[in-house]
Design a protein around this ligand. Structure first.
Ligand SMILES: [Zn+2]
Length: 343
């Protein structure tokens, strides 16, 4: 398919930076992925930026070898991100503090670079996958309007969220809206990487679920996915999973009380657990919201790929692809890859 404004041989380089892996793909304007790579964020003494650079160089080289030109680079980064300057103001999991990511990548590759927040990038992708048109709010005919009042919750190495209210992706006064992971769930509870105690992320991220399982003496399961599969047979797995669900339910009930979302979408690698996570979570949130109805709580169709597909949408910038883009990217990346990261 030839995009009306572009050569069919153009791609953007999309990169999703996680605390565990850096995922990258070269994606054309129709959403077709022509190359992809994933690497550990920290590997052999390499820092997060060196990993981003390694992935970007490899994708640029492969795209060039395939006859493609690079239309831009889109990055989804965790932490506090300033999309205007492309600076990552703070990202604890990456060791970045005032890191000029866009400036460095533009100097390196001489193409336009856009940097967005990972959860908000995932929200762009989730809305696009539901049929949102090019502007997001300019909805296509098949668009599910529930996504105009939605909470998108990627759960991977960390717990994040993006708030969509009245069709607007909320950034907050300082760009730090949606930090669900650092909302208090357990007063004086477990120490979090942010320095606070009792944060949701200290109980419910892919990393902390596994850490807590080991701290409580669990030895059978060696991954968060294995813990989710062992709830009926391993009491330690059942306990840390219940704690994660409980911590999440505190946050989701609180946000529901304030913002009244129509749908809560659970994404990221941990969402691959499916109903093992979604069903008890729905029950726990409902139990905390006896006075009102519970919003839809659903497993993301994009899973761990939301941030990467969102990075591709950001990379195409104002030339944003049509509503089929996210679905084509998902088909192209393979739904079996949905849970393949950070969990
Ligand atoms: Zn915290």
């Amino acid at each position: 398919m030839i995009h009306p404004h572009h050569s069919a041989l153009e791609v953007v380089i999309a990169i999703d930076i996680g605390g565990t892996t850096v995922k990258g793909a070269a994606v054309d304007a129709a959403g077709t992925v022509v190359a992809r790579h994933t690497t550990a964020t920290f590997d052999g003494g390499r820092d997060a930026y060196e990993s981003v650079l390694a992935i970007a160089r490899r994708l640029v080289d492969e795209a060039a070898a395939g006859g493609f030109t690079i239309a831009g680079i889109g990055i989804a980064s965790p932490g506090l991100v300033d999309p205007e300057s492309g600076t990552v103001r703070f990202a604890a999991n990456l060791g970045w503090d005032g890191f000029p990511l866009r400036q460095l990548l533009e100097a390196e590759f001489s193409v336009a670079v856009s940097v967005g927040h990972d959860a908000r990038s995932a929200a762009l992708a989730e809305r696009a996958a539901q049929g949102a048109g090019a502007s997001g709010t300019d909805a296509g005919s098949s668009y599910d309007a529930a996504y105009d009042d939605a909470l998108i919750v990627p759960i991977g190495t960390g717990v994040s969220s993006a708030v969509v209210s009245g069709g607007v992706l909320v950034e907050g006064a300082t760009g730090a809206a949606g930090e669900l992971g650092h909302m208090l769930a357990v007063p004086n509870g477990a120490l979090c990487t942010c320095g606070q105690r009792g944060c949701i992320e200290a109980y419910a991220s892919g990393t902390t679920i596994l850490d807590r399982y080991r701290e409580h003496g669990g030895t059978i399961a060696s991954s968060t996915r294995a813990i989710a599969s062992a709830l009926d047979t391993d009491p330690i797995a059942a306990r840390v999973w219940a704690d994660a669900v409980d911590a999440l339910s505190v946050g989701l009930a609180g946000i529901t009380a304030v913002l009244d979302p129509a749908v809560i979408v659970i994404g990221g690698g941990v969402s691959a657990a499916g109903d093992t996570l979604i069903a008890p979570l729905r029950e726990a949130v409902t139990a905390r919201l006896g006075w009102r109805s519970t919003p839809r709580i659903e497993q993301s169709a994009l899973g761990a790929l939301g941030g990467l597909i969102g990075a591709a949408i950001i990379g195409w910038a104002d030339r944003v692809p049509d509503a089929g883009f996210a679905r084509q990217a998902l088909r192209s990346l393979g739904p079996e890859q949905r849970g393949a990261s950070d969990a």
